[in-house]
Design a protein around this ligand. Structure first.
Ligand SMILES: *Cc1c(COP(=O)(O)O)cnc(C)c1O
Length: 394
């Protein structure tokens, strides 16, 4: 059976009510059948739920589905994607360790590496997304423990060669940690390339409907165990309600991703043909500098398209305000199309040189392509591009 089929069929054991859809275990704690049972659960001679900060059936069901989709041994869920990113590092790294990372990172991941872990004596080195295997090898230090990356990256849509990083990690015995949020396990499974840990902001495509926050880390039990210990005692647990919502969402993930990717490719192609749009960036456009790599490690290009407009913030503003369908919001991965100007919102706190290194210009617009009718989206983006171009002549 296919992983997707197995994931859809995973569900908590049926209760005496014979429910078909999964029940929600909205409970903070679990009762013990006897004093002896409570003792056995705590000294771990018996398996079972104790308290929802440690484990909960609704949360476990969500984790089991993600493990199935990502081809991973085990995992745990967190309250947000950032809690997952942080736990995957803080649960494993210690003072004196070194982390190698690709520069093209989600803003808060960059803050964790450069501000928070750095404060506790974990050092780092950044490499560009197009660094060669020799560059990565040269950056490995005797105290390097982990390579961390995101592919495709937010918002630059830069790719890192997963097979290459897999080789480097194997050769130097490093933990290979990938944020797979943009691709989802439907388009790319990093464990196939040797990833030890895979992270998601479940807030994005996993929920896919802009309702709940969540995060998940899956991978080898050897590395999940210390992360689980870290989370059990520091408490960034996922709410059972959010897990219940996310678990059902995963059952339509493949279907949604297929349509997201079809819409995104069509919109990217339509915008690339418009003289009013300076540049379009999408992994599955032949003009993408890493098109061949994208084709080799992803089954489709994803739902995020970025465009660049001439005319500074005034033009960007006119374009964004002229759109009738897309929502102006900083989130992504929704059924409804969302646009944002990273320069003035999500990445506004980066220093000018950091923005430049990541290609975050004033005229950059990130489009999270939704599931609306594609003809309607193309028409809306085209009229906004043409209308806002008027300010360039006047
Ligand atoms: C949104 C996002 C995160 C953070 O997730 P939250 O659920 O908002 O905490 C991490 N990585 C990527 C790539 C993201 O897009």
């Amino acid at each position: 059976m296919n992983r997707q089929t197995k994931a859809i069929r995973i569900q908590t054991k049926k209760t005496q009510y014979r429910e078909h859809s999964t029940p929600l275990f909205l409970t903070s704690s679990f009762s013990f059948e006897s004093a002896e049972h409570g003792k056995a659960l705590f000294d771990e001679t018996e398996d079972g739920n104790i308290y929802s900060r440690f484990s909960n059936p609704s949360v476990q069901e969500f984790v089991d589905k993600v493990c199935m989709l990502e081809n991973a041994e085990s995992g745990l869920a967190t309250a947000t994607g950032m809690a997952a990113v942080f736990a995957s590092m803080a649960g494993i790294l210690k003072s004196g360790d070194h982390i190698l990372a690709c520069r093209a990172l989600f803003g808060s991941a960059h803050q964790i590496i450069t501000q928070i872990l750095a404060k506790w004596g974990v050092t780092y080195t950044y490499l560009d997304a197009d660094a060669t295997e020799a560059d990565w090898e040269a950056a490995v230090q005797p105290n390097t423990r982990m390579i961390y990356l995101e592919t495709p990256s937010n918002p630059g849509l830069e790719l890192v060669d997963l097979a290459m990083i897999g080789r480097v990690c194997k050769k130097y015995n490093l933990i290979f940690n990938v944020d797979n949020c943009f691709a989802t396990p439907i388009l790319q499974t990093p464990t196939d390339f040797g990833a030890d840990l895979v992270i998601h902001s479940a807030t994005k495509f996993m929920d896919g409907q802009g309702r709940v926050l969540g995060g998940v880390v899956v991978g080898k039990e050897e590395y999940i165990a210390p992360i689980r210990f870290f989370c059990r005692h520091t408490g960034p647990s996922m709410s059972p309600f959010n897990a219940w919502t996310l678990s059902k969402s995963l059952e339509t993930l493949e279907l949604r991703m297929e349509k997201h990717c079809q819409n995104a490719l069509k919109l990217a192609q339509a915008l690339e043909a418009l003289p009013e749009v300076k540049k379009v960036n999408y992994p599955f456009l032949e003009s993408h500098p890493q098109y061949e790599l994208a084709k080799s490690q992803m089954s489709a290009g994803g739902a995020i398209v970025t465009i660049e407009l001439e005319g500074g913030f005034e033009r960007v503003s006119a374009f964004m305000d002229a759109l009738e369908i897309a929502t102006l919001s900083s989130n992504l991965g929704d059924t409804r199309t969302i646009i944002t100007n990273p320069f003035t919102t999500t990445h506004s706190k980066l220093k000018p040189n950091e923005k430049a290194a990541l290609g975050i210009t004033e005229g950059l617009i990130r489009i999270s392509v939704g599931l609306e009718n594609i003809e309607d989206l193309i028409e809306d983006f085209t009229q906004a591009a043409v209308m806002s171009a008027e300010i360039l002549v006047s």
